[in-house]
Design a protein around this ligand. Structure first.
Ligand SMILES: Nc1ncnc2c1ncn2[C@@H]1O[C@H](COP(=O)(O)OP(=O)(O)OP(=O)(O)O)[C@@H](O)[C@H]1O
Length: 299
C-alpha cells in the first residue's frame, strides 16, 4: 500500500535559493510525524509542494500515492492548516466552517460536530476575528477535518500557543493518529512535538539531517555526566587538560566521555567542592541543536 505521504528527491529552487534540496521521507497512517527544522529550513515550502501550492523544481511529493492536484477527492483525502488557517475576520467560526462545508458538499451537522471536537461550540457564533490565537488554530483544525481525511498536514500549529494550548494540541494530534490518520506536523521547536511525535524528520537548509522514530533519536544521543557547583570551572579545566570532552560554563558542565566514578576521583584528588554529579541523557533540545548546527547553523 502507498504511504500516506511520500516525498522523494524533492527539490525547490527560488532563483539562487535552494529552499528544499533532494529531500525524501514518508509518513504513515496511525503516526504523528514531527517535521522539524529551524526557521528558513524549508519546511513550509515542502508542505506547500505536498499540497500542490508550489511546483517542485524536481522530485515528487504525493499523498496516498497521488500528486495533490491529481487527487480525485482532495477534501476527503488530506486536510491542512497553513498560516494558522485563513478565514474572514467578520464571519463567525460556525459560518466560516459552514461556507467551507457547503463548497465541499458536507453537512452542517458535521460542522457542529467539529466545533464541539475542537472545543469551539461556545464561541461558534462569535466573529472569528476576535478569536484568540489558540481558538484560531482550533478553527483551522476543524476546517482541515471537515472531510474526515486520513492525512493531515499542519504547518506550525503550535506557534504562539500557551502551554495549555500546546497540551491540548498534543492530545488532539495523538487522538487523530490513534484514529488511524497520518499527521505531519511542522515545528521549529522540538519540545512542542516531542511528547506526541512517533517519528521525526529533521531538516536544515533544505536537506534531511535525521529521520527516525523519536525513541531511536533519543537513544542515539550520547548523554554524559552533568556536574555543577562552585569549583566546576576548575574541574572542567582539569578534565579538559586530561583530554576529556567538556562543555558548559562556570555554573555547570557536561562531560561526555568520563564515568561518574572517574570524575569523582578527580574531584576527590583535587579537593573540589561540587554540589551535583549526575548522569544525563542529552535533552531533546540539545540533540536537535546538534543536528541542526552541525550542518552550518541557522541561516
Ligand atoms: N516564494 C519564495 N521566493 C523566494 N524564496 C523563498 C520563497 N519561499 C521561501 N523562500 C526561501 O526558501 C527558504 C525556505 O523557506 P521556508 O519558508 O520553506 O522555510 P521554513 O522552514 O518553513 O521556515 P519558517 O519556519 O521560517 O517559515 C528560505 O530561505 C526562504 O527565504
Amino acid at each position: 500500500m502507498a504511504h500516506a505521504i511520500e516525498v522523494a528527491g524533492l527539490t525547490k529552487r527560488f532563483g539562487p535559493v535552494l529552499a528544499v534540496d533532494d529531500l525524501s521521507f514518508t509518513a504513515d497512517e496511525g503516526r504523528v510525524v514531527g517535521f522539524l527544522g529551524p526557521n528558513g529550513a524549508g519546511k513550509t515550502t515542502t508542505l506547500r509542494m505536498l499540497l500542490g501550492l508550489v511546483n517542485p523544481t524536481s522530485g515528487r511529493a504525493v499523498v496516498q500515492g497521488t500528486r495533490y492536484v491529481e487527487l480525485g477527492d482532495p477534501v476527503h483525502t488530506v486536510g491542512s492548516v497553513l498560516d494558522g488557517g485563513m478565514f474572514h475576520p467578520g464571519r463567525s467560526g460556525r459560518n466560516h466552517l459552514r461556507a467551507l462545508a457547503k463548497a465541499a458538499g458536507i453537512s452542517d451537522a458535521r460542522v457542529d460536530e467539529l466545533l464541539q471536537l475542537v472545543a469551539l461550540s461556545d464561541a461558534a457564533n462569535r466573529r472569528a476575528g476576535g478569536y484568540s490565537l489558540g481558538m484560531r488554530q482550533r478553527l483551522g483544525l476543524a476546517a482541515a477535518l471537515l472531510g474526515d481525511p486520513k492525512v493531515l498536514v499542519l504547518d506550525e500549529p503550535a506557534n504562539g500557543l500557551d502551554p495549555q494550548g500546546i497540551r491540548w494540541l498534543r492530545d488532539f494530534l495523538r487522538t487523530l493518529a490513534n484514529e488511524g490518520r497520518a499527521v505531519l506536523v511542522s515545528s521549529h521547536v522540538l519540545a512542542e512535538v516531542a511528547q506526541t511525535a512517533d517519528d521525526v524528520v529533521v531538516i536544515n537548509k533544505g536537506r534531511s539531517v535525521a529521520q527516525a522514530p523519536l525513541t531511536e533519536i533519543m537513544a542515539r544521543s550520547g548523554g554524559g555526566m552533568k556536574v555543577a557547583g562552585p569549583d566546576v570551572r576548575r574541574l572542567g579545566d582539569i578534565l579538559h587538560a586530561a583530554g576529556a570532552n567538556v562543555t558548559g560554563d562556570a555554573a555547570e558542565i557536561l562531560v561526555k566521555d568520563r564515568s561518574g566514578e572517574q570524575i569523582g576521583r578527580v574531584i576527590a584528588e583535587h579537593q573540589l567542592v561540587i554540589s551535583e554529579l549526575a548522569p544525563t541523557g542529552s535533552s531533546l533540545e540539545e540533540i536537535y541543536l546538534e543536528l541542526t548546527e552541525s550542518t552550518g547553523g541557522p541561516s
